[in-house]
Ligand binder design. Structure first.
Ligand SMILES: Nc1ncnc2c1ncn2[C@@H]1O[C@H](COP(=O)(O)OP(=O)(O)OP(=O)(O)O)[C@@H](O)[C@H]1O
Ligand SMILES: [Mg+2]
Length: 328
């Protein structure tokens, strides 16, 4: 469905400043996949999406979407895809149903088809009750659902969502996700979305593409990324005076890394936490080392990011925003 090779985008800001927003992204997405593109502010996520949706031209490299080249056949590419941008797309003073109907007509549906499609989408995105409301009167979550509906009016095979859930409270985020996943089932669409929410990428996408400084630094299932890069962490507490013996036992676990004792706390990283924890506790019992508490901390995607880049995603975000301020 998508195939890019060494895609780059430079923005020439001034005679002395060029921003290398995307630095050689090669990516393949199969039909039906749900891919989350994850990365800090300024990583190049939106720029990549804008190239794939033909809104801006790549500086170099190639991209094919639904079999068509974005540079050579932008019109054909556009007909295959829906794009929900980072801001809100819908016009503010229009009524919800009119907005959807108008979008259908713009995409070349005849009146009857546009009306039918509007009805369908109002129904499936639970916007029916709001059909006669003005877009400006909708809540953030309702508005985002309308944005998704707008992206689906022409029944695209591929949907791009740029930070669909940013700014929504947890309940609205969950609700939007329910709808996105339902749309995916109902219309068998391929979905590529961007997000800063690690938990969201982790639980919803089958595949996570981590982007940093305009490059893909990891691309796999969330589980594989976590298994390969971070491993599980065991966290134990012991009675005073027993840290030393427990540390030695922890070091003997197969593949043990990063063994650290801090007061009555001991942490150790292993490949398979649920297998290693009972092993360590049994060894402690045999050696008369009393373990007070024990838990397995499974890595998050933030651990993965930290492992890949040496900084946490949150740290990367705050650096990016302070850089932005300095530049302004
Ligand atoms: N039109 C433009 N002109 C100049 N620089 C731009 C332009 N658009 C984007 N950039 C720069 O390109 C880089 C990548 O921006 P992009 O919007 O793709 O990031 P992003 O990953 O979507 O970030 P966010 O998570 O904040 O949305 C940033 O440094 C940004 O300032
Ligand atoms: Mg963006």
């Amino acid at each position: 469905m998508i195939s890019t090779r060494e895609l780059t985008k430079d923005f020439v800001v001034s005679r002395t400043e060029t921003v290398h927003a995307v630095r050689g992204i090669s990516l393949d997405v199969e039909p039906g996949e749900l891919v989350a593109v994850l990365g800090p502010n300024g990583a190049g996520k939106t720029t990549t999406l804008r190239m794939l949706t033909t809104l801006i031209a790549p500086t170099s490299g190639t991209a094919k979407v639904a079999g068509y080249d974005v540079a050579a056949e932008p019109g054909r590419v556009r007909r295959q895809l829906g794009y929900v941008g980072q801001g809100n797309g819908a016009g503010h003073s229009q009524r919800v149903a009119d907005e959807l109907y108008g979008q259908g007509v713009i995409y070349g549906l005849d009146r009857r088809a546009a009306k039918r499609r509007t009805g369908e989408l109002l129904e499936s995105l639970e916007l029916k009750e709001l059909a006669q409301r003005k877009v400006s009167d909708l809540s953030g979550g309702q508005r985002r659902r309308l944005d998704v509906a707008m992206g689906l009016v022409h029944a695209p095979r591929l949907l791009f969502l740029d930070e669909p859930s940013t700014g929504l409270d947890p309940q609205n985020r969950a609700n939007l996700w329910d709808h996105i996943l339902r749309m995916r089932e109902q219309y068998s669409i391929t979905i590529v979305l961007t997000t800063h929410y690690l938990d969201e990428a982790d639980s919803m996408a089958e595949r996570v593409v981590v982007v940093d400084h305009g490059e893909v630094i990891a691309d796999d299932t969330a589980d594989a990324l976590k298994a390969d890069l971070a491993g599980d962490q065991l966290l134990l507490t012991v009675a005073p005076g027993n840290q030393g013996p427990l540390q030695r036992l922890a070091e003997q676990l197969p593949g043990a890394r990063e063994v650290q004792a801090d007061g009555d706390r001991l942490t150790v990283r292993v490949a398979d936490g649920p297998a290693a924890l009972p092993e360590l506790i049994t060894a402690a019992q045999h050696n008369g080392v009393p373990v007070a508490t024990a838990q397995v901390h499974r890595p998050t995607l933030d651990d993965v990011f930290l492992n890949l880049t040496g900084r946490s995603l949150r740290e990367a975000e705050s650096n990016a925003s302070s850089n932005g301020k300095a530049a302004a």
